[in-house]
Design a protein around this ligand. Sequence first.
Ligand code: GTP
Length: 245
Amino acid sequence: MDSRYDIQRRAGGSGFSGGSTNASPALTGAQSRRKKMPPRPADYKLQIIIIGSRGVGKTSLMERFTDDTFCEACKSTVGVDFKIKTVELRGKKIRLQIWDTAGQERFNSITSAYYRGAKGIVLVYDITKQETFEDLPKWMKMIDKYASEEAELLLVGNKLDCETDRAITRQQGERFCSRISGMRFCESSAKDNFNVDEIFHKLVDDILNKMPLEVSSKELSNSVLSLQPEPEIPPELSPPRARCC
Ligand SMILES: Nc1nc2c(ncn2[C@@H]2O[C@H](COP(=O)(O)OP(=O)(O)OP(=O)(O)O)[C@@H](O)[C@H]2O)c(=O)[nH]1
């Protein structure tokens, strides 16, 4: 086993509330005029990448989390796509840049460029498709080759709503996960919105648990603290394209 397997996991807490913005209330005595305070800037900026074989539900998980939508007949992702979502944890605003990668192997040379900056990696398989589970070692090789050793890992068995078509037991997923130090495991349904927020919140919590040692002594202020420079967004990805038919 390689260095990836030495990464130590830190237990995380909870307390997340997602996607809120702090719009100010209307000013009293000025009902005809409403003044909005500019939103408080993010304290942290983090990148998360979602990887896994074709059709496992990577885009669906991202879109469920960021927009609370689900598309029954989505087009396959070409290259990479991204969405932004701001969440709050421990009184801090965290701006998440979530990268959704194509599952098709022919895009690996493009998608691999996005691993390096990711603080968290969501590796997804489809609990109804044996081959997507068998592909997991291949994806672990990609992680070992391209991702930071510090990246938090989360294995997700998606499409839990298709229990009757299940091909991979929960125990199989847990067993795979237990062989990789620091990796967490859960099952989800993007369709039924089951465990989706939890995936991202837990991952962010784990990332932050690792980080305070670097930053807590500085007594975090409300100033923007970019722990990770945001990657250049290729022009063809800006603005994010709509994928659903
Ligand atoms: N039943 C069910 N279907 C899902 C779920 N998540 C995604 N799907 C469906 O699975 C298909 C593929 O979903 P995508 O989100 O496009 O999968 P992907 O992993 O992004 O696929 P690629 O872009 O090709 O790599 C779509 O038809 C989705 O509607 C889920 O939780 N349950």
